[in-house]
Write a protein that binds this ligand. Structure first.
Ligand SMILES: [Zn+2]
Length: 486
């Protein structure tokens, strides 16, 4: 019966007229167990057929992608698009890097939505509201009622959940646990940059965050960043972090591949406001003060993010000091603190059953100039650290599954026609499409508008705000739903 049904469907599909065909590419679709030479036919914003030699006469537009790899659109589970991250450039920077969908890790929600509206590049974006003492909650020990109110308001405005900024702006362990509990109870997304008032955001903080989560669902971001060699060697710390993640299917994780971290350069009364910034300074023997930071910038240890045209770049030396002072220190700075050992091991390590221990490769990029998931991911493929299918799993299929997006992350018939076309030889993205619309072509951004991925409760407010909404349910993925399929 299945055979008959399948033949019937295929027969129907032969008569389909396509809006677009990507012709002659190497198609990689691990969710459907497919990798091989094939054409991809798109109709009405969805994948209509993947098969060798589709009839180009049946399509309005044909792109020759021979020699290139066609994959489901890249989904970056960790980006920043706030004002401090010069978020007005973030969408274009992501699009140029081959990203089609991204999760903004912590707002502020209002800035995320404003830049999505006015500085768009045709992407899909989901957003988390930050839980930050003195900003979205009064102090570092908010009670259940205050947390509940913040979550409800954020969801109504279009966020899919909350982000705890522990490593930068810590709260008490008790309040941190309360946030995770409230989000789990409401079936909302919750992510936690490890660190509380008791524990800094290094390996110690990571261990604490695993304990605070208990059996609850939690996204712990950038696993590599907790393994910088503060307590032991980066190798020993990475091994410990990876072993703690095993047997904990309630934790959802990503790591990134850039050397640099990203933190705040803002100083208040002569002191960097971010504890992460203070730690980076002390690790290299600088004072954890504005003076210490200035010295580190001048020496080239700290880099300052500034913009050139529509692109954010990192600069060092006198130019960097000037850029930092010109904006009253309220800029992103970063330090080359991510060891290759932790970056590579988090990306490629597997457990005994050959499953990846860290679910996804992200960038922690966006406005931070380090949107390198495709570029460095393909380099890992070329170095035979990952297969192409494994990379696609980590930069598209796994994120789609965690975020509850069953129509994304794969190229099955009916899936959203979100596609990234990459050049394996040059380790870069060449073009990308969102729902069949081209958003990037050879580095030029052609997309406009942003589609916000939201829950049903947030749809109205987003449309009122003039943004497109894409309603998704976390229960349709693995965050609150079924087991990992990979
Ligand atoms: Zn981040």
């Amino acid at each position: 019966m299945w055979g008959k049904l399948k033949r019937g469907l295929m027969k129907g599909a032969v008569n389909v007229k396509f809006d677009m065909v990507l012709r002659g590419g190497w198609v990689v679709d691990p969710a459907n167990g497919f990798e091989g030479a094939a054409d991809v036919g798109i109709a009405e914003g969805s994948v209509a057929r993947v098969a060798p030699e589709l009839d180009p006469g049946k399509s309005a537009v044909v792109h020759d992608v021979s020699g290139l790899v066609v994959m489901p659109g890249v989904i970056d589970m960790h980006v920043h698009t706030s004002r401090r991250h010069k978020g007005y450039n973030a969408h274009r920077m992501m699009a140029r890097a081959g990203v089609v969908t991204a999760l903004d890790m912590g707002g502020p929600l209002d800035e995320f939505l404003e830049f999505s509206k006015h500085n768009s590049a045709g992407l899909n974006m989901a957003g988390l509201q930050q839980v930050r003492p003195g900003h979205t909650v009064a102090g570092d020990d908010p009670g259940e009622g205050e947390i509940r109110d913040l979550l409800e308001q954020s969801i109504q405005e279009g966020a899919i959940g909350l982000k705890l900024l522990g490593g930068h702006y810590p709260m008490t362990p008790e309040a941190t646990r309360r946030v995770i509990e409230v989000c789990n109870e409401q079936r909302s997304y919750v992510a936690f940059h490890s660190g509380t008032t008791r524990t800094p955001g290094d390996l110690e903080g990571f261990v604490e965050s695993v304990e605070l989560a208990g059996e609850l669902r939690l996204h712990i971001p950038h696993i590599n960043s907790y393994c910088r060699g503060v307590h032991g060697s980066p190798l020993a710390e990475t091994a410990e972090a990876l072993s703690m993640l095993q047997g904990r299917p309630n934790l959802f994780t990503e790591s990134y591949l850039a050397t640099i971290n990203g933190t705040s350069g803002r100083c208040i009364e002569g002191v960097p406001e971010s504890q992460a910034t203070q730690r980076c300074l002390m690790e290299r023997g600088y004072e954890p003060t504005a003076g210490g930071l200035q010295e580190a910038i001048r020496d080239g240890y700290a880099r300052v993010t500034r913009e050139y045209g529509a692109e954010n770049v990192n600069v060092t030396g006198e130019e960097a000091v000037e850029a930092w002072l010109a904006e009253d220190t309220y800029v992103s700075v970063n330090f080359p603190v991510n060891s290759a050992v932790s970056r590579f091991l988090c990306a490629v390590s597997r457990d005994e059953s050959e499953r990846f221990i860290v679910d996804a490769i992200s960038t922690d990029g966006g406005g931070h100039p380090r949107n390198v998931a495709v570029e460095h991911g393909l380099a890992l493929v070329r170095a035979e650290g990952l297969t192409l299918s494994e990379l696609v799993q980590k930069i598209s299929w796994a994120p789609a599954t965690i975020l509850g997006l069953p129509s994304k992350g794969h190229l099955g018939v009916g899936a959203d026609a979100d596609l990234t076309v990459v050049d394996l030889e040059r380790c870069g993205a060449v073009m990308s499409f969102n729902a069949g619309e081209m958003i990037m072509y050879r580095g030029a951004v052609t997309g406009t508008g942003t589609t916000i991925i939201t829950s049903e409760a947030g749809e109205r407010a987003l449309r009122r705000r003039g943004l497109d909404a894409y309603v998704a349910r976390l229960e349709d993925g693995i965050f609150y739903g079924k087991d990992r399929p990979f």
